[in-house]
Ligand binder design. Structure first.
Ligand code: GRF
Length: 194
């Protein structure tokens, strides 16, 4: 998993794996900066890697280091949850159909780093969470799963984001199962064709 922040979705996915709701395990957590998510993963004994953006001489060098850190974990699925850096096209192309992002809004509405704030500012009654496959554009790519969250009167960015996270914690594991199943079916079909 790729994280930059608190890592609550990483913990929710790990819980879902440990309880058998997702067939698999969180094989590693990679972050672009020191963050709580790395610490939580370490406490659970999940392998971690810090690939600090600021410690690399260029975006290209950082991207290559990210690629190597993730590749070393040999993941079936790469999940970005609260990962706040853009991934280069070469990284995206390394895991076709197996690289997903979690976004705290109903894409295509409110892409970008301030999705919850932007939804509140726009005065919408309904927002939500999206899991989508990552492509070469920001917060773009085929939607795997979405769920709505009602905006309540008096909501702040914090209160609304907290309710969105509750939804994300169940949406992300479900979406991961769907992506894995779809990838396996495609791989199976391609194997049969050979
Ligand atoms: C989530 O709301 C996710 O949608 C957004 O960043 C937040 C990460 O939260 N991209 P956490 O680090 O999983 O608690």
């Amino acid at each position: 998993m790729l994280v930059s922040g608190s890592g609550s979705n990483m913990l929710a996915l790990d819980d879902a794996c440990r309880h058998g709701a997702v067939p698999g395990e969180v094989v590693g957590v990679v972050a672009d900066r020191p963050c709580a998510g790395l610490g939580s993963a370490e406490e659970r004994g999940i392998p971690t890697a810090l690939v600090a953006f600021g410690e690399h001489s260029s975006r290209a060098v950082w991207n290559m280091a990210m690629y190597e850190a993730v590749l070393a974990l040999r993941p079936d699925l790469v999940v970005a949850a609260g990962f706040m850096r853009l991934l280069a096209p070469s990284f995206v192309d390394a895991w076709p159909g197996r690289l997903v992002n979690l976004h705290p809004a109903l894409l295509p509405s409110f892409p970008g780093a301030h999705a919850v704030r932007d939804a509140l500012a726009a005065g919408v009654d309904v927002t939500g969470a999206t899991v989508h496959l990552i492509d070469h554009e920001v917060d773009h790519g085929p939607v795997v799963a979405q769920e709505t969250v009602l905006v309540e009167p008096g909501d702040t960015e914090e209160s609304l984001h907290a309710r969105i996270k509750v939804v994300e914690h169940r949406l992300l594991p479900r979406a991961c199962v769907a992506v894995l199943e779809s990838f396996e079916q495609t791989a199976g079909r391609e194997g049969a064709r050979r």
